[in-house]
Ligand binder design. Structure first.
Ligand code: NAG
Length: 315
C-alpha cells in the first residue's frame, strides 16, 4: 500500500549497527578487548573523581577540571561501549531509531563537553603559568564552576537546536549503519526533507568551534612555553612544566587525532577506517586521562598513596 505515490517505503523504525561484522571467531575476542577497555576507563576515571572529591589537597581548579573531565569520560564510554558489548555477546545488532537518536545526542553533548573542558583546562594552565600573581583572583571557584557549567550548557543547547531541525526530517538512509554506535556522520544522506540548513549548521558549527578552540589552545600554549623558557632556574622550569605536561600530552593527542579524522574524511575513506578512528576516539581519550594524571602527577601519587594506606589501616 505504501508503494503508491511518492511514499515508496515503510518508515524505518529500527536500524542495524553493523559494528565489527559477524565473524564468530572474532566476536569473543572483541568482546574481551572492549570489556577490558571499558573497565579500565571506568575504574580509572572513577578513581580520579573519588580522589579529587575526597582529598582536600586536590581541591584546586586544575583538579576540579580533571575530575569533571573524568566524569565526562565515564559518561562517554558508557554511551558507546555497553551497547557494543551487549551486541557482541547476543549477536543482536538491531537498535530502535529512537534509541539511536538518544545515543547520538548523548555522544554530541559529551564530545562537546570534552572539547570545551580541555580548553578550560588550558586557560587555567595559562593563567597559572603566565599570570601566577593574579591566578588566585582570576580563577576563583565561581569562575571554575561557570566554565564547567558552560561546557555542559553549550553542548546541550547545541543538541536541542539540532533536535529541532531533525524533528522536521525523516530518517530515510540505509537500514544498516556501518558503525558500532549511532553516529550519522559515516552515513551518506541519512535524512530526507530539507537538509540544507542542517548540513550548513553542523558544518559551520563544527568548523568554527574546532578552529576557535584550537587557536585558543595553541596561543595559550605558546604563551605558556614562552613563560616557562623565561624562568631562570632549571628546577623552576621543570616544576612549571610538570604542572601542564599531562594536559599538553592530552591536548596534543586530542587535536592530532581530530585533525587526522577531518583530513581522512575529506578523502572519503572506507568504513573500516572510520570505525578504527572512532575506536581510537571513543576508547583512547577516556583511558588517557586517568593514565596521565595517575601515573605522571606527583600530587595525585601522594593522595593515592595516602588513600591506600588508610585503606590498609582499616583492614
Ligand atoms: C566539577 O567542577 C565543579 C566546579 O568547580 C566542582 O565543584 C565539582 O566538584 C567538580 N566535579 C567533580 C566530580 O569533581
Amino acid at each position: 500500500m505504501e508503494t503508491s505515490e511518492g511514499q515508496n517505503q515503510t518508515p524505518i523504525v529500527e536500524l542495524i549497527l553493523v559494528g565489527f561484522g559477524n565473524d564468530p571467531e572474532l566476536q569473543p575476542l572483541l568482546f574481551l578487548l572492549f570489556l577490558v577497555i571499558y573497565l579500565v576507563a571506568l575504574s580509572g576515571n572513577l578513581l580520579i573523581v573519588v580522589l579529587v572529591v575526597g582529598d582536600r589537597h586536590l581541591h584546586t581548579p586544575m583538579y576540579y577540571f580533571v575530575a569533571n573531565l573524568s566524569t565526562v569520560e565515564i559518561c562517554y564510554v558508557s554511551t558507546t561501549l555497553p551497547r557494543l558489548l551487549a551486541s557482541l555477546t547476543t549477536g543482536d545488532r538491531t537498535i530502535s531509531l529512537h534509541s539511536c537518536y538518544v545515543q547520538y545526542y548523548f555522544y554530541i553533548i559529551l564530545s562537546n563537553a570534552e572539547g570545551l573542558l580541555l580548553t578550560a583546562m588550558c586557560y587555567d594552565r595559562y593563567l597559572a603559568i603566565c599570570h601566577p600573581l593574579r591566578y588566585a583572583a582570576l580563577m576563583t571557584g565561581r569562575v571554575c564552576c561557570h566554565m564547567v557549567a558552560w561546557a555542559w550548557i553549550f553542548g546541550i543547547s547545541y543538541c536541542i537546536m539540532l533536535h529541532i531541525f531533525m524533528l522536521q526530517l525523516v530518517y530515510c538512509g540505509p537500514k544498516d549503519i556501518d558503525h558500532f554506535f549511532c553516529d550519522f556522520a559515516p552515513v551518506k544522506d541519512p535524512f530526507c526533507g530539507n537538509t540544507k540548513i542542517l548540513q550548513l549548521l553542523t558544518f559551520y558549527f563544527s568548523v568554527i568551534l574546532t578552529i576557535g578552540v584550537f587557536l585558543l589552545t595553541l596561543t595559550s600554549y605558546i604563551c605558556i612555553i614562552a613563560s616557562i623558557l623565561r624562568i631562570p632556574s632549571r628546577t623552576g622550569r621543570q616544576k612549571a612544566f610538570s604542572t601542564c605536561s599531562s594536559h599538553l600530552i592530552m591536548v596534543t593527542v586530542y587535536y592530532v587525532s581530530s585533525m587526522t579524522v577531518y583530513v581522512v574524511v575529506l578523502f572519503n575513506p572506507p568504513a573500516i577506517l572510520h570505525k578504527i578512528m572512532s575506536v581510537w576516539f571513543a576508547v583512547l581519550i577516556p583511558v588517557l586521562n586517568p593514565v596521565l594524571y595517575c601515573l605522571r602527577n606527583k600530587e595525585v601519587h601522594q593522595v593515592l598513596r595516602k588513600a591506600l594506606q588508610k585503606l590498609a589501616a582499616l583492614r
